[in-house]
Design a protein around this ligand. Structure first.
Ligand SMILES: [Zn+2]
Length: 435
């Protein structure tokens, strides 16, 4: 795995030459407003780009029938709302000239929605302010996509022949759980020896883990009655509050028990918060004069590697049944628990795996700073590779600020550094012919 300094230099020079076109490409992607569920226009841009790299392009819509039996499958909220019709994934393969390792470069084209009044500029127009690039998706993760495309263009422009194959893909619905995206691509047969996803984890930090994430719903029964004759009813909201308090206690207990330093190495504020349970929705009651007969709580639990989905579910079930046994009404009318939306297991890539080591070396070389292995605080697409196909997948991406919020941005410097880092990873991992 030796790549000459001369080759690395030549590729860096090409990336610098391509900087403006990388920004232009990012700008085109931002304009496509690919909010999860509406990815098609962005995928057309990606398909054309893959074609321009000389690859045969494969477009396909996820097949829920085929995915349903998979242990990584769950019904995503966007699938439930709009289905998978008109929402293609795009894949392409660039054959290497030898027998080197194959590497996947994968990015999600979907972005989260915007609240326009919170923005200082149009979120769907990429604005350059000195080094900053502002727009929805600029860092999460169209910037990373533009960087990996630029890395491949630069390798081609510098006439670098790779030994191993490159698998390029642009996937849908990561923000809703990625089932129809990365999982669908793996099931279609895109299974490289390792993969890199340029999510904005800020090189030289390298993402090597993701969190488990699950949504749940608790339906709490009561009995309606006129407020003036409340003795005849049972207030479901009061019962829901009992559950809310116990779930908050569970969250505190878990926070005290569970530690995962990788999750806060890049942001110390997360120390003590590597697991989190949030009740985000309370719904119930009909009328101020009526004792509420049913209340629904919806929540999300996130946790770092170390516990399985089933272990976490068991703990929530136990908390709810403990509340129910202590309450006369709930003992007779137990709350109903169901799971919906995100049901992701956490994942962890071994730090001594080749792709993790190569990525850290490359990122440190480009930035001149020491990197850390980070991750385990958010659910990510990388888990599908590792958990179900034993393929190590890492995140190597740009600096990003305000992702999912107003004035989301990255920087030109960081995108260029990301492209240089990715080009090195590709060369080191796939091998370069006759260098
Ligand atoms: Zn992302």
């Amino acid at each position: 795995m030796t790549v000459s300094n001369q080759t690395v230099q030549a590729v860096d020079t090409e990336i610098e030459r391509l900087e403006e076109s990388m920004i232009q490409f990012l700008s085109t992607l931002v304009e496509k407003r690919t909010v999860t569920g509406n990815e098609r226009a962005g995928q057309e841009v990606m398909a054309n780009k893959f074609e321009s790299l000389g690859a045969a392009v494969d477009r396909w819509e996820p097949n829920p029938e085929r995915l349903r039996g998979h242990s990584g499958y769950f019904e995503t909220s966007t699938f439930e709302e709009v289905g998978y019709g008109g929402r293609p994934n795009v894949g392409a393969r660039l054959d290497g000239v030898g027998e080197g390792n194959s590497l996947g470069l994968s990015g999600h084209i979907d972005v989260v929605s915007v609240t326009e009044r919170e923005w200082d500029s149009d979120p769907w127009t990429l604005v350059r302010d000195d080094d900053r690039l502002i727009g929805r998706g600029s860092c999460d993760m169209k910037g990373g996509i533009a960087a990996y495309v630029t890395a491949v263009e630069a390798l081609q422009a510098a006439n670098v022949d790779l030994e191993g194959d490159l698998v390029l893909q642009s996937t849908i619905e990561e923000e809703a759980g990625g089932v129809g995206g990365v999982l669908s691509a793996l099931e279609r047969g895109y299974r490289p020896d390792a993969a890199v996803i340029p999510e904005p984890l800020d090189i030289p930090h390298i993402g090597t883990a993701s969190a488990g994430v699950m949504y749940f719903r608790i339906t709490v029964p009561g009995r309606t009655a006129h407020a003036g004759r409340a003795y005849a009813g049972v207030n479901a909201l009061d019962k829901a509050v009992l559950l809310l308090q116990s779930l908050n206690d569970l969250d505190e207990t878990r926070k005290g028990r569970i530690d995962y330093p990788r999750a806060y190495r890049a942001d110390r504020r997360l120390e003590g918060h590597v697991t989190n349970l949030n009740i985000g929705v309370i719904d119930g009651g009909e009328w101020p004069s009526t004792v509420p007969g049913e209340v629904t709580l919806e929540g999300r639990i996130g946790w770092p590697p170390g516990e399985t989905r089933e272990q976490v579910r068991k703990e929530i079930r136990r908390t709810i049944s403990n509340v129910a046994t202590r309450d006369e009404w709930l003992a007779e009318h137990p709350p109903e628990l169901s799971w919906f939306g995100w049901q992701a297991e956490p994942h962890e890539v071994p730090l001594d795996s080749r792709i993790a080591r190569v990525s850290k070396t490359a990122a440190e070389d480009v930035t001149g700073n020491e990197g850390q292995f980070v991750g385990g605080h958010a659910g990510m697409d990388e888990r599908f590779y590792k958990n179900y196909y034993d393929i190590n997948a890492v995140s190597v991406g740009p600096y990003g600020e305000n992702l999912h919020g107003p004035n989301e941005h990255t920087t030109v410097t960081s995108l260029t550094d990301t492209a240089k880092t990715l080009a090195r990873i590709i060369m080191y991992y796939c091998g370069v012919a006759s260098d």
